[in-house]
Design a binder for this molecule. Structure first.
Ligand code: NAD
Length: 276
C-alpha cells in the first residue's frame, strides 16, 4: 500500500505486461508508455511485421519487450499466447485489452446491417476481451500477487450514437464487463478498469475517416480542447490506471476525448446507401 505519492508511484518497474494489438495505433502508444515506465511488455499482435517493428524499437531504447503472435478471437490462440508469455516472463501482472474496432463496417442504420457484420464486431470487441481476460485473470489469481487490467472501450460505448449501434453496444458491454469483474476480482487484489477514447488519430481511424473531411472538422470544432487525440493521450490514462498510484481505483471507465463527450457533442459520419 502506498502511504505517500512519489514519482515512483507512477512507474511500472519490472512489471510483466501483455498489450493486445500493440503493433500500431493506440496499442503501440501503450507499449511505448509501459516500456518507458519500466514494464516488460509482451506485444500480442496478429501482424508479424508491425509486432517485430515495435519490439525492435523498444529494444533499441534498451527496454524489455517480447513478441507473441495471437489472434484474440480464438481461444486456442489466446491460451497459447498466455503460455508463451509465461515461459519468457514467468508471470503476468498487467493486461491491456486493446484490440477492437469496427471490422470495416462503417456507420450505418440498423436496416443496412447484416447478421455477419454483428457477429464480426461482437467477436472482435466483446468475445476477444472475454477470452483474453478469462485466461489472464485465472493466471493472476493463481499467482496470488494481484494485478491490473485495463480494456480499451470507446466514447461510442458510453452513450447511444445514431448509426453506431453495433460497435457502440459491444463497447458498452466491455465497460460493464470491467465494472462487473471489478466486483469479483478485487478480493484477489486485481483491479479492473476501462478507458474510452474519443477521436484518436490512428491507422484505423485515418482509414475509416478518409474522404470525410467535414466530419473531422466537425469533431474538432466540437472538442473543447480543439484537436483530435493521439495514442499517447490514451496511453497516459492506461499507464496511470496500471500504476501503483491508482492502487485504490477499480471499476472505473475514464473518458479521454478532449472534453467532448460530456457536453453531449458526438458527431457521427453520415450514412449514404451509395457508399455502404
Ligand atoms: N482510433 C480511435 O479513434 C478509437 C476511438 C475509440 C476507441 N478505439 C478503440 O481503441 C482500440 C485500438 O484502436 P486503433 O485505432 O489503435 O486500432 P488499429 O486498427 O490502428 O490497431 C489495432 C491493432 O490490433 C491488431 N489486431 C487486429 N485484430 C487482431 C486480432 N484478431 N488479434 C490480435 N491483434 C489484432 C492490428 O493488427 C493492429 O495492430 C480499439 O479497441 C478501438 O475500438 C479507437
Amino acid at each position: 500500500m502506498i502511504t505517500m505519492i512519489t514519482p515512483e508511484a507512477y512507474l511500472l518497474t519490472g512489471k510483466k505486461a501483455i498489450v493486445t494489438g500493440g503493433g500500431q495505433g493506440i496499442g503501440k502508444g501503450i507499449v511505448e508508455a509501459l516500456t518507458n515506465l519500466g514494464a516488460h511488455v509482451a506485444v500480442a499482435e496478429i501482424n508479424n511485421e508491425t509486432r517485430e517493428q515495435v519490439i525492435a524499437e523498444a529494444k533499441a531504447r534498451g527496454q524489455k519487450a517480447m513478441g507473441v503472435s495471437v489472434d484474440v478471437r480464438s481461444k486456442a490462440s489466446v491460451d497459447a499466447m498466455v503460455q508463451t508469455v509465461l515461459k519468457e516472463f514467468g508471470q503476468i501482472d498487467l493486461l491491456v485489452n486493446n484490440v477492437g474496432g469496427t471490422t470495416g463496417v462503417g456507420p450505418r442504420p440498423l436496416h443496412a446491417t447484416t447478421e455477419a457484420q454483428w457477429e464480426s464486431i461482437y467477436v472482435m470487441n466483446a468475445k476477444s476481451v472475454y477470452l483474453v481476460t478469462r485466461a489472464v485473470a485465472d493466471q493472476m489469481i493463481k499467482q496470488g500477487k494481484g494485478g491490473a487490467i485495463v480494456s480499451i472501450a470507446s466514447i461510442g460505448g458510453m452513450w447511444g450514437h445514431e448509426n453506431l449501434a453495433l460497435y457502440g453496444s459491444m463497447k458498452a458491454a466491455l465497460i460493464n464487463f470491467s465494472q462487473s469483474l471489478n466486483g469479483e476480482l478485487g478480493r484477489y487484489g486485481i483491479r479492473v478498469n476501462s478507458v474510452s477514447p474519443g477521436s484518436i488519430i490512428t491507422p484505423l481511424s485515418s482509414r475509416s475517416n478518409a474522404g470525410r473531411p467535414d466530419y473531422i472538422d466537425e469533431t474538432i470544432r466540437m472538442t473543447p480542447l480543439g484537436r483530435k487525440g493521439i495514442p499517447a493521450n490514451i496511453a497516459g490514462a492506461v499507464a496511470f490506471l496500471l500504476s501503483p498510484a491508482a492502487e485504490f481505483i477499480s471499476g472505473q471507465n475514464i473518458l479521454v476525448d478532449g472534453g467532448r463527450g460530456f457536453l453531449g457533442r458526438c458527431p457521427v459520419p453520415a450514412y449514404s446507401e451509395a457508399s455502404s
